[in-house]
Design a protein around this ligand. Structure first.
Ligand SMILES: Cc1cc2nc3c(=O)[nH]c(=O)nc-3n(C[C@H](O)[C@H](O)[C@H](O)COP(=O)(O)O)c2cc1C
Length: 224
């Protein structure tokens, strides 16, 4: 029962932590986080995930330049538009400020973990091409469970992290910086460090607002 309570406590307080201290994070701890990541499921148990841990100051500086470019582009989606209806506007602006802070300070974060996938071989010919096109939409499903495991592991170890993706908008620029082979694609970048702030509760829309039963439009009722 204690383990169950602890797991739920971790899940309910694993939120994006973008303001991180520069204090180093030990290799042992990074290994532990990766080891938790690879306990996740992957399609056909292929385990095509690959991870790249970046600690070198010069590599981080180059990654930050690419991240900032991606973030500036992503920001144009939000600028001049109201935030999501379920969020107070002030809180949403704070989220954007925190995201900008991360973009401006990424190179100071002690460890950056890239979560990648290795290309999956497909059957030859037209059949293979068609299958690949259908699977494209699902490709991230074999890496994001590992990413979430790592976020939970970070939280359990008192480390802050955030699932970020804007760097992958410019993957062609990342390739030479990270020496990425052509058959490896990046799916997420997790900046990891000890948080400046405190972990707090994760706020979300209620389950009954977003869940139907048996048929669309038949809402789930919250148990009494
Ligand atoms: C697919 C995906 C991409 C994301 N990309 C970024 C990103 O590039 N930069 C960033 O600061 N946060 C990014 N986030 C974090 C979200 O902004 C965050 O999960 C959301 O605002 C909820 O925040 P909370 O977990 O702190 O409640 C991303 C999250 C997801 C799931």
């Amino acid at each position: 029962m204690a383990a169950e309570a602890a797991l739920f406590d971790i899940i309910f307080s694993t939120r994006s932590m973008r303001r991180l201290k520069t204090d180093p994070v030990s290799d042992d701890i990074i290994y532990q986080i990766l080891d938790a990541g690879i306990r996740a499921p992957s399609g056909g148990n292929t385990q095509h995930w690959r991870f790249l841990v970046v600690k070198d100051a010069e590599v981080k500086r180059k990654v930050q330049e690419i991240y900032q470019k991606g973030w500036e582009q992503a920001r144009t989606i939000y600028d001049g538009r109201p935030g999501p209806s379920h969020m107070e506007e002030g809180k949403f602006r704070k989220l954007l400020d925190a995201a900008s802070y991360l973009a401006d300070n990424l190179a100071e974060v002690p460890v950056l973990i890239f979560a990648c996938l290795k290309e999956r071989p497909m059957p030859p010919g037209e059949a293979g091409a068609q299958l690949a096109a259908k699977l494209a939409r699902l490709s991230g499903s074999s890496i994001y469970p590992a990413v979430q495991n790592m976020l939970l592991a970070c939280r359990a170890l008192g480390l802050g992290a955030t699932l970020t993706t804007v760097c992958s908008l410019h993957e062609e620029e990342l390739r030479p910086v990270l020496n990425l082979p052509d058959n490896i694609s990046t799916y997420a970048l997790l900046p990891v460090g000890y948080p400046m702030g405190k972990f707090g509760p994760v706020r979300r829309m209620a389950v009954e607002e977003i869940t139907c039963v048996d048929q669309w439009e038949t809402p789930l009722k919250r148990p009494a």
